[in-house]
Design a protein around this ligand. Structure first.
Ligand code: PGA
Length: 257
């Protein structure tokens, strides 16, 4: 059974003090035993403060990016070893904003992904098509090429330690969410690629999230899809009450308010 994951991608929002406030509030509203795993991914400068507040809670910590080397002369970069020491369990890799604004390639994402696994971090690997690519009918081809490039050379055992997030670029921060059936179609395709690469058992164990304008009112229908195993949430993860509502919406029948 895959335990769903709902992860908040804070992007370049929240100072260390604001992260501490957020987590204190989130802990007061997320008190029930939930059938989903919850993670928050603050900016680098807030990781330490967040880790201190999260200690002893069931909420996991993630980073939003990293370099592939353990250390070195890479001004401005942060290594997997540093993230591990800071208390991260997850690291988002290949987010479309990193691909678009920082020109990250699938080859670089592949190096980062291997380094993350080596350091015991769970990568949340993001893939997704742009609007023009969807309109041209190229969604599957684009996602396939991103998977081919970013997962190159991984063994089946390594695949099982990944989380994949399908995030159509046209849905990120736009308020325009993919229809649950469209998310299901692409997530099922991603699982078929994983099956080809690593076998049915490995593919069946991997969580495939959806991301792009996830809100409290659309999470349940997205997660009702058989291959949507949670969500990567941007804008709606910045307020503890809204994020908690998404987490609760992703656990139907839990009776936790
Ligand atoms: P959004 O962002 O929820 O604000 O659309 C999602 C993401 O970028 O991961």
């Amino acid at each position: 059974m895959r335990v769903p994951l709902i992860a908040g991608n804070w992007k370049m929002y929240k100072t260390a003090a604001e992260a501490g406030d957020f987590i204190r509030q989130l802990k007061t509203v997320l008190t029930a035993q939930l059938r989903v795993e919850v993670a928050v991914c603050p900016p680098f400068t807030a990781l330490h403060a967040a880790a201190l507040e999260l200690a002893g809670s069931r909420i996991a910590l993630g980073a939003q990016n990293m370099h592939w080397e353990e250390e070195g002369a890479y001004t401005g970069e942060v290594s997997p070893r540093m993230l591990k020491e800071a208390g991260c369990r997850y690291v988002i890799l290949g987010h479309s904003e990193r691909r678009q604004y920082f020109h990250e390639t699938d080859q670089e994402i592949n190096k980062k992904l291997k380094a993350a696994l080596k350091w015991g971090l769970t990568p949340i690997v993001c893939v997704g098509e742009k609007l023009a690519e969807r309109e041209a009918g190229n969604t599957i081809a684009v996602v396939n090429a991103q998977l081919e490039g970013s997962l190159a050379g991984l063994a089946a055992e390594e695949l099982t330690r990944l989380v994949i997030a399908y995030e159509p670029v046209w849905a990120i921060g736009t308020g325009r969410t993919a229809q649950p059936e469209d998310a299901q179609q692409v997530n099922a395709f991603i699982r078929s690629v994983l099956t080809t690469r690593g076998g049915a058992a490995a593919a069946g164990a991997i969580r495939i999230l959806y991301g792009g304008s996830v809100k409290p009112d659309n999470i349940a229908s997205l997660m009702a899809q058989p291959d949507v195993d949670g969500a990567l949430v941007g804008g709606a993860s910045l307020r503890p009450d809204v994020f908690a509502a998404i987490v609760k919406g992703g656990c139907p029948g839990e009776g936790n308010g």
